[in-house]
Design a protein around this ligand. Sequence first.
Ligand SMILES: [Cu+2]
Length: 374
Amino acid sequence: MSSSSMDTGMSLSMAMSSGPMNNPSGTLRAASSETMAGMAVHAQMGADGNNTWFTFHLVNAGAAQEVGFSIDGHGMWVIAADGAYVRPVRIQPQILTLINSLFFLILRPSSARNTNSYTIRAVTRTHQTYEGRAYLTYGNTSANSSTVDAPWMSVIGSFSTNQTTLLDPAQLPPYPLQDLPRATRQLWLDVNQTESTVWVLHRVPFQDNNNRVLPLLLAPRADPGVFSLSETEQEVIDVVMQIAPDSLDAMAHPIHLHGHYFRVLGSKANSMFPSNMTVNEVKNRMRDSDIAAALDLSNTSPQRDSAHLPENGWLAIRFTANNPGVWLLHCHINSHLSSGMAIAFMEMRNHFSSFDTAVTTVPAIAPLTPLAEA
Ligand SMILES: [Cu+2]
């Protein structure tokens, strides 16, 4: 495994700060930042004494990999996901799903001396195996190997103790708990790979990924990939995304929505969501089904801006369409997005009609003069 392949295969950003635990109403801040891209970094904690808490902000910036993450000899208390507070949960080690960001706390072990160093491990869990390492020390010691023999995770991501707890992103309810609004409308999206290089979220490739059309904000248009929401009142939208049975590939996708936090109602791999039923109908009329069991329609359903559509399965989300503008819902794998795996929500248009007028006053931009041949 060369370091260059590791650089392209995995990129994990980490920011750290120390000090007393913040009040949950405070802001999450990071004091310094390092990127683990196959090379060792040295995280040096300056605080002395025991009972010192440190905050880490961990971002999986990888293209198509789930990442396992652990710090030898330390438990981790996850306190926020995608920038929103969650009910704190202690885990060790953790799996970081694609594109999610997590804040977590660690407590300096009471046995830690300034000569101790602890290995920070990151390992990919899907496709190819890449590994990154860094070292955590307390005080002024520099170290390039772990002096504490308490590994939680091996190079291939398997667990070396039976005290491990996997992080299940579906089990991170909002903190404080939040009422789930009732849905007023449901969209059904057939997620499909229609050609070897064409991925779609809804029948046809989204068109704003090229320069052939004006931006929707300036030039609203009717299009199968454009949905008008909350034209006259505030709507609460359920979106059910299903890997289509005729898709050339049934792989999983990381789905991201701009402009909102949404509630993750549920997801299930290798499963077909009934296309003629609403989420609430499935929950109420199919009580004993595994599909209903995978739905959380309570105040504990997670609040995120990204969620995992599992392979050959479905993902259901709910959001309140109360943010005027044009917002993309898309797969976060770049090659899928660029081939059209997106839709757009034109939301509360009555609040931005002035943009329509602006279109007529924006001067046409002359095409660039072709560069002269040298
Ligand atoms: Cu995708």
